[in-house]
Ligand binder design. Structure first.
Ligand code: CA
Length: 229
């Protein structure tokens, strides 16, 4: 899951970025409206966290522009304590939710999870494929009942593969949803991370669940499913 944070206060931006990264989300940060809009148009975000008071272009105008696009990411607006009108206006313009500053990190992360759950396929609370389980709330993974410890990137990949179980997820999609704007397309970081993930999830277990679709990407499926191409 990839998230864009548009926030001009460096302290708040860092606080949100750190909190989101700890939950294995890929995060980009924009310090003003124009940069936020530029990144939003450039990349396929699953969620945009959008401050109202921004230099350049304010949050409302950014939101209005976003809603003209074909791709519609979820938007969580951050408003000032006494900005009742801001909240109403944000919701009218198509924000999916808002949070009043100051807020605590746990509440913020809970809203983020709720919005990501709502987006696209209504993902169930517990993702299951064969004997593999992933709980997005506790960020825990089990295979055949045994806990599997994953670091941030392998976890984020597995989360994406499980949400789209049986479908091929391309390398470009992995790069877009799991990595941030500093992803180097010429590096072998996807291969390295896939290797780490397979080592934890498939090694010593049967059947193998993660399959390579050569030249395209990866698919996670139960052996009983259709054969990979
Ligand atoms: Ca601000």
């Amino acid at each position: 899951m990839r998230i864009l944070v548009v926030e001009d206060e460096p302290k708040v931006a860092r606080f949100l970025e750190r909190g989101l990264r700890q939950q294995s989300y890929a995060v980009d940060v924009a310090p003003d409206g124009p940069e936020g809009l530029h990144l939003a148009r450039e990349n396929g975000y699953d969620l945009i966290v959008l401050d109202v008071m921004l230099p350049g272009i304010d949050g409302f105008s950014v939101l209005r522009e976003l809603r003209r696009q074909q791709e519609q990411p979820r938007v969580l607006m951050l408003t000032a304590r006494d900005g009742v009108h801001d909240r109403v206006r944000g919701l009218d313009l198509g924000a999916d939710d808002y949070l009043v500053k100051p807020f605590d990190l746990d509440e913020f992360l809970a809203r983020v999870r709720a919005l990501l759950r709502r987006s696209g396929t209504d993902a169930p609370l517990l993702l299951t494929v064969a004997d593999l389980e992933l709980d997005p709330r506790t960020r825990s993974v089990r295979r055949a009942g045994q806990p599997v410890e994953l670091t941030a990137k392998p976890f984020a990949i597995l989360d994406l593969l499980m949400r789209r179980a049986g479908e091929v997820v391309t390398r470009a999609e992995l790069a877009e949803h799991v990595w941030d704007r500093f992803f180097d397309p010429f590096s072998n970081v996807i291969d390295v991370t896939m290797h780490q993930l397979r080592d934890k999830v498939d090694r010593g277990f049967s059947p193998r669940l993660i399959h390579t679709v050569r030249g395209v990407g990866y698919v996670l499926r139960d052996a009983k499913g259709p054969p990979s191409r």
